[in-house]
Design a protein around this ligand. Structure first.
Ligand code: RIB
Length: 300
């Protein structure tokens, strides 16, 4: 069982379903509202835990009702929450999600996630020593992520960085990342290159970038620089929120299998994740993933 340390955000998702996105200045009536546990960090932690990984979550929640619910939700998934730090005088992170069909747009208000400091990371150094793989995203401060990268390097542990939401990253930070998992848009932002140049960017970092591509699956290069595609698994999408997080959590859970095997399993897990509402709603267990792959003609 892989030991996964996830450092990142924990949000309550406030989701409004609409027929179409409102225009600027327009008021629309939605058809449904629901709250779901979310946050890219927490979603990736839950995805890995459901697939059988031993997961520790390092992050912050506020001292509000959402914070208690989010903490309880992680615990119910079997995630080790000793390093989910309650934060006095702070609201928990929230995400306002508009779901139009199965597509979404998201505004995150970080709340306590913005208060996760480099000192918090240093305090949890023993967890880095104990982990097989470390997972992070960019919904917590960049200085904090830089400390995560420094400790992952110090302990010689692979770092999987999902650069979302995207921002340009320094060459120094990128050098400490074992596998970067942007989508095409995020790749362009991180490397400050036009999206259309994604193949050149992947070629410049052989074996170190896996680009998710929605219905096209995922693209990556081998350490020798050969471009490879992992195709997606067709499903009936209900809600695509959290598909990327499921992909990253699965990659971490199956890290030991390496690419391309882990990418195939991650694509299958992400496909299943969009078949139910909520970021974490459709994330499969290992048994569900195995059953799905058996039907598709391959074993997990
Ligand atoms: O990736 C989906 C997640 O992004 C949502 O759960 C929301 O909380 C935001 O962090």
């Amino acid at each position: 069982m892989a030991k996964v340390l996830v450092v990142g955000s924990i949000n309550m998702d406030l989701v409004a379903q609409v027929g179409q996105y409102p225009r600027l200045g327009e008021t629309l009536l939605g058809s449904h509202f629901a709250t779901y546990h979310g946050g890219k960090g927490a979603n990736q932690a839950v995805a890995a835990a459901r697939l059988g990984a031993q997961v520790t979550m390092l992050g912050r929640v506020g001292d509000d009702a959402f914070g208690q619910q989010l903490l309880a939700g992680l615990q119910a998934e079997g995630v080790d929450t000793r390093w989910v730090l309650p934060t006095a005088n702070s609201a928990s992170g929230i995400a306002l999600i508009t779901l139009a069909g199965s597509d979404n747009s998201i505004i995150v208000v970080p709340g306590a996630n913005a208060l996760l400091t480099p000192a918090d990371i240093v305090a949890a150094e023993a967890e880095f020593a104990a982990a097989d793989v470390i997972v992070a995203q960019l919904e917590t401060p960049l200085a904090t992520i830089e400390q995560v990268a420094a400790l992952a390097s110090k302990w010689g542990k692979p770092l999987l960085l999902n650069p979302a939401p995207a921002q340009p990253l320094s060459a120094e930070l990128l050098a400490q990342v074992s596998l970067l998992t942007p989508n095409e848009f995020e790749l362009g932002v991180v490397f400050e290159r036009p999206e259309a140049e994604w193949q050149a960017v992947l070629a410049s970092q052989p074996g170190r970038i896996l680009m998710t591509a929605g219905a096209a699956g995922a693209w990556f290069t081998t350490p020798e620089g050969k471009l490879q595609q992992q195709t997606s698994f067709p499903v009936e999408a209900v809600d695509t929120t959290g598909a990327g997080d499921t992909f990253n959590g699965a990659l971490a859970a199956f890290w030991a299998q390496g690419l391309p095997a882990a990418a195939r399993l991650a694509c299958a897990a992400a496909a299943l994740s969009v078949t139910r509402a909520g970021a974490q709603g459709g994330m499969p267990t290992l048994a569900q993933l195995q059953a799905f792959l058996a039907v598709q003609g391959g074993a997990a």
